[in-house]
Design a protein around this ligand. Sequence first.
Ligand SMILES: Cc1ncc(COP(=O)(O)O)c(C=O)c1O
Length: 394
Amino acid sequence: MSDSDHRSKNLGPNTQLVRAGYDPFDYHGFINPPTVRASTVLFPNAAAMETHSQKYTYATRGTPTTDALCDAVNALEGAAGTILVPSGLAAVTLAFLAYLSPGDHVLIVDSVYGNVRHFCDTMLKRFGVEVEYYDPSVGAAIETLFKPNTRLVHLEAPGSNTFEMQDVPAIAAVAHRHDAVVTMDNAWATPLYFRPLDFGVDISIQASTKYPAGHSDILLGTVSANAEHWKRLRQANGALGICGAADDAYQVLRGLRTMGVRLERHQSGALEIARWLEARSEVARVLHPALPSFPGHDIWKRDFKGASGVFSFVLAVARKDEFKAKAQSFLDGLSLFGLGYSWGGFSSLALHVDLEERRILQAPDEGPVLRLHIGLEDVADLKADLAKGFAALQ
Ligand SMILES: Cc1ncc(COP(=O)(O)O)c(C=O)c1O
């Protein structure tokens, strides 16, 4: 973990991505930082050991490699401090554990990442925390859901699988009036396209597994706090001992250097395919916040600087009892798109979305929802592959 690094504050986003977090002349000019694999840190004498009067004391509390990544993320998020944890899911659960106590009430967006819902419905409930889901479109009307014991509001925008947008500043303002902490899962946009802390969020969460790592071979999460919340987050991290490994931090920092160009390509490919899908008769609706037809588009345009490569579409299927079979025929007709969950890598993915756990939002009745992650392949090849999926419906 590391405190904020303001050295690259005034640089453009891509320049920051290339430079942030590490000065090559801190380590003999080598352009990438060393991978410091460690548990033990030695002290030169007993007095230094007693007073901890040196920067590093124990590797769960950070190493030069994990600090390089944390400093880079601080610069990108505009954060006071960042911790690393072993997955995006752990990044959310650690943030919750940092704040919640038995008897607290939490407000969780209904379009939340499914495994976070599972954590809330199992462990949080077991620990005596009252969990309530809210409609992502609620905006300032979230006020009506507050109780005297509401301690935390969790946002995720766009929402998982169905991509609902949220009025982040309106929700954050209400939460702060009620002394609740605001956490946000920002894995879809990354801090390049949306900076939660600039919009009133207290704790910004990234699944670095996705675009920051970018190659489908690393699991890592980051939790970044504003100045008010950094101390508490850092203490919770120290108490729990959940930390990121040096090799993974090295790979994610390496990934950040190219994330800007990769995201531009994910964005343009996804948008081209989303528009192409909108024009197809087999498609009922495309769920992509950057499309003017999408209900949350105005908020996306107001607050976000770009769109990444994950979105969904609703296949037009007349009979509900055929939804699953048609979705599976479509998926089995694909060959370039892999069938897999963890998006953000170089290759395209597809899956049939399961919306059964939703409490407030209704699954579309026009047909099954299929989620795509558009990778870095040539768009013409991906369209041809999707056309094969449509042909397989016949
Ligand atoms: C929005 C979102 N947040 C968090 C995660 C969890 O990330 P990880 O796979 O690193 O646990 C995912 C994974 O798909 C996700 O889609």
